[in-house]
Design a protein around this ligand. Structure first.
Ligand code: HEC
Length: 132
């Protein structure tokens, strides 16, 4: 008799940490078992890690895209951490925002999957005690 793979990976050793796990858990509790969610064992954490890479390449010119990013340019673009910390901020709201390019951001023609990855990554930066 099998109870399935109750794999407990040492996620704390990976780049994204407990904050993301908490955010992902909150997402699941908020939106329940959304059908079609997570195809083929792709977890929110895996998507957020891809989002982190996308952000570094496409968003880092203007935004502070990570915690304590060094040497980042200061522009009028809000830091991703601050965006994540806003009250009522959510993965869904960020996805909706990313559907349209925001000047001066060039139209990057993001795919839906990339929008979700970026949104999950941004929300993973939310600091403990942030509103919402
Ligand atoms: C050329 C500079 C530039 C690039 C590149 C850029 N942004 Fe922005 N972004 C801005 C500026 C400026 C603002 C603030 C003005 C605004 O909200 O429209 C902003 C605002 C935002 C906001 C918050 C809007 C709000 O206030 O609620 C999000 C979310 C965001 N950007 C996501 C991204 C993502 C994800 C990427 C990469 C795919 C990206 N941006 C790339 C300049 C940029």
């Amino acid at each position: 008799m099998s109870f399935g793979p109750a794999v407990t990976k040492p996620v704390a050793a990976q780049g994204l940490t407990a904050a993301l796990m908490a955010a992902a858990a909150a997402m699941f509790s908020l939106f329940g078992a959304a059908p079609g969610h997570g195809q083929g064992g792709v977890t929110d954490q895996m998507q957020a890690e891809r989002g982190q890479q996308l952000a570094a390449v496409w968003c880092g010119n203007c935004h502070l895209v990570g915690p304590a990013q060094e040497g980042a340019m200061r522009t009028e673009a809000p830091a991703f951490e601050d965006i994540a910390d806003r009250p009522n901020q959510s993965v869904e709201a960020l996805e909706r925002f990313l559907v349209h390019p925001h000047p001066p951001m060039p139209d990057l023609a993001l795919s839906r999957a990339q929008m979700r990855e970026l949104a999950l990554y941004i929300m993973s930066l939310r600091r403990a005690g942030a509103g919402g």
